[in-house]
Design a protein around this ligand. Sequence first.
Ligand code: NAP
Length: 342
Amino acid sequence: MKEYRFGIVGATGLVGSEFIKVLEQRNPPIKSVKMLASYRSAGKKLFFNHQEYTVEETIPESFDDIDIALFSAGGDTSKHFSPIAAKAGAVVVDNSSAWRMEPDVPLVVPEINPDDIQKHKGIIANPNCSTIQMVVALYPLHKVNPIKRIIVDTYQAVAGTGIRAVEELKTQVVQVLEGKETIPHVYPHQIAFNALPEIGVFLDNGYTKEEWKMVEETRKIMHAPDIAVSATCVRIPVLTGHSEAVHVEFTNVMLPEDARQILSQAPGVKVLDDPVISLYPQAWPCAGTDETFVGRIRQDASNPKGLAMWIVADNLRKGAALNAVQIAEEMIKRDWVRPGGR
Ligand SMILES: NC(=O)c1ccc[n+]([C@@H]2O[C@H](COP(=O)([O-])OP(=O)(O)OC[C@H]3O[C@@H](n4cnc5c(N)ncnc54)[C@H](OP(=O)(O)O)[C@@H]3O)[C@@H](O)[C@H]2O)c1
């Protein structure tokens, strides 16, 4: 079997750490791994499969000996380095939003549109974390009964913002409990014991960028340009694991028991749905897991062709690192990596 030279750009970040764990656990055919970050972390030590690696500053030459470059280093870094990496012959799987809506960049959730990977020209985009878990749960239903409209409200963990946000929440929780003043740095307001309906910048249409990503990316991944989507994205003081209240309108009536049956066989989905014993997906226990959990499936009382449900997943795993590694695995399986150029 061919082996591939992997690079992790942003290896010292929250998603980067998860990349390391996911690669260790899933064990794709790896010839070598290079740990890359900014100059700030150059020289730091990281472990992969019990072996010590030294973090290197990302420079254009970093990509000369990489086949698959897993990027999680923000949009600006990706805008700058992804074309350089692709030109050097690597295939980039990028976690930022820099490339997602570019027409010639595939935006992929392997359970949904793996064939799109083949069209890559050196860059493949990993979708937004909130979008990934929603489409993993909705696409199997859409295939049976096309979806016309989605209304989604998110409850997003601070890990979605990165390491600094996790530290900010932990610090503020202690400060509030000790009766001290909090000074927000990462978020516009205190996040501890609060809920902030602002994720990403506000757009002219009144939505935030995060909300608009859910609109556009859902349509692109599902190849369903006519689906109507409206999202409200809210940051809450949860460490890891995004939750979503989703209301879906189908073309025809969809019974909750039929939805449960379809989802119980859907790839990557686990149904947790028994109100009698208070069984439903929760953020805390979902942290560190790979599935997208769905529960509270019920008829939408306001719409005869609608269902309401609650969807939860680990934003660092299925929402980021795991999905990207699955893309890499799919490329490897189908021989769609073009190492060496090419
Ligand atoms: N967190 C999530 O749930 C999630 C989900 C989906 C997508 N994403 C995306 O993934 C990316 C990283 O998120 P994160 O949560 O891991 O953030 P993070 O914890 O803040 O880590 C950021 C990483 O990027 C590196 N970096 C920053 N500037 C760089 C540069 N100029 N060159 C090379 N590396 C650089 C940092 O390296 P240093 O240590 O040197 O600073 C660090 O390793 C973002 O684009 C984010 O939108 C995150």
